[in-house]
Design a protein around this ligand. Structure first.
Ligand code: LMR
Length: 394
């Protein structure tokens, strides 16, 4: 039976990871996969995580199942981290949160839930969006539609165009928005635009679906959640997928949450039961370790250790954005100010696929074919070489 299959094209980000690994050149630069790196190019385990792990090792009593919704203490702490300590939706008991295997698991759980509510529901995603969104939604039987979001040629957000395209969305449709640090373009909505988006959702009746994978990497934990909180304040029904991969550095521990906000606690309970039925049929129950770490950090004095580390990661990214732009300017390339203005780990350089290929072949510089770069892959030792190479290909 299996011989009837034809090969499936590799995911562009994962394919790049493989190619980079095989490249023997010592000066290679990895601007590909979205993993935070320090000045030495490493992705170390955070101090707060190590301390939490030591406590877990000491105190863990069982390896029995965590239960379908996962770690309840983690779910509660994450709900507060994302929505704020005393958000109205929490007070009104309209939020239900489950632990998921990473942000991908959260997207999948929510997409499956939507599929149960409405077969073939439409989900509008930004053009461009993260490469895996389409695959996840498609896999859950949803119909993927696009709205204009970013003009690569002119490096600018297309908010008016986005609003125009979303006029097509209606009750029973979903609109996916990146909560902060848009992946891949780094351009986010401002507060006024979030407000307008929430108003449009109410006017047309579509359900906002927010993917927040980089809380803390844009400005800080609070500011990065302001947009989604505006939506949660104003819309009766909202879906949120969140990841702890980046801000807790827990990539391989696959730690995230799927949250749903409904108009009433009763509807939230019913929706939760359907979401849990979907995850039960998928991976049954989530793994324990990553969520235990996050629970320990968020509910103890380790939180301030973590917040400092997060601030350090954010600060390093912001300063690298500046450094790269200044290095390009010093070489006569004055069109890259947007790199400094954008948020999070990613920006598009605005290069063609051929230019990206030349950077890989001739300079051992790896980035996704769209010219998305992971800013955290830059460091003091490679920024000049990188700027030279970019200027050489443009
Ligand atoms: C990325 O966009 O590079 C990361 O989110 C990693 C991934 O899974 O694609």
């Amino acid at each position: 039976m299996l011989e009837s299959l034809s090969p499936f094209p590799a995911d562009p980000i994962l394919k790049l990871m493989g190619e980079l690994k095989e490249d023997p050149r010592e000066n290679k630069i990895d601007l590909g996969v979205g993993v935070y790196r320090n000045e030495q190019g490493d992705t170390p385990v955070l101090k707060a995580v190590k301390l939490a792990e030591a406590r877990i090792l000491e105190n863990e009593q069982t390896k029995s199942y965590v239960g379908p919704a996962g770690n309840l203490g983690f779910n509660k702490a994450m709900s507060k981290l994302i929505l704020g300590e005393s958000h109205q939706t929490l007070i009104e008991n309209r939020v239900r949160t489950i632990q998921t295997p990473g942000g991908c698991g959260a997207l999948k759980a929510l997409a499956d839930l939507v599929g149960r509510a409405k077969k073939g529901a439409k989900v509008f995603v930004s053009q461009p969006t993260w490469a895996n969104h389409e695959a996840i939604f498609d896999g859950s039987g949803l119909e993927v539609k696009y709205y204009r979001y970013y003009d690569k040629a002119n490096s600018r957000l297309l908010f008016d165009e986005m609003m125009e395209d979303l006029n097509e969305a209606t009750s029973g449709d979903l609109v996916l928005v990146h909560g902060c640090c848009h992946n891949p373009c780094g351009a986010d909505l401002n507060q006024t635009q979030w407000q307008q988006f929430a108003e449009l959702a109410n006017q047309l009746g579509f359900t906002p679906f927010i993917d927040v994978a980089y809380q803390g990497f844009g400005a800080n934990l609070e500011a990065d959640a302001q947009g989604l909180r505006v939506v949660a304040d104003q819309c009766k029904e909202v879906l949120i997928a969140a990841s702890c991969s980046k801000n807790f550095g827990l990539y391989r521990e696959r730690t995230g949450v799927a949250m749903l906000i409904c108009d009433t606690p009763e509807h939230a309970d019913v929706a939760l039961s359907q979401m849990l039925a979907a995850t039960r049929a998928n991976y049954s129950m989530p793994p324990s370790h990553g969520a235990s770490i996050v629970e320990e950090i968020l509910n103890s004095e380790l939180k301030s250790v973590w917040v400092d580390e997060l601030e350090e990661m954010h600060g390093r990214i912001a300063s690298l954005r500046k450094q790269l732009n200044q290095a390009l300017k010093a070489r006569g390339a004055h069109q890259f100010d947007f790199i400094e203005q954008q948020n999070g780990m990613f920006s598009f350089l605005g290069l063609s696929e051929a230019q990206v290929e030349t950077l890989k072949k001739d300079y051992a510089i790896y980035m996704v074919g769209s010219s998305r770069i992971n800013i955290a892959g830059i460091n003091d030792a490679n920024v000049d070489y990188l700027a030279d190479a970019i200027v050489a290909v443009i």
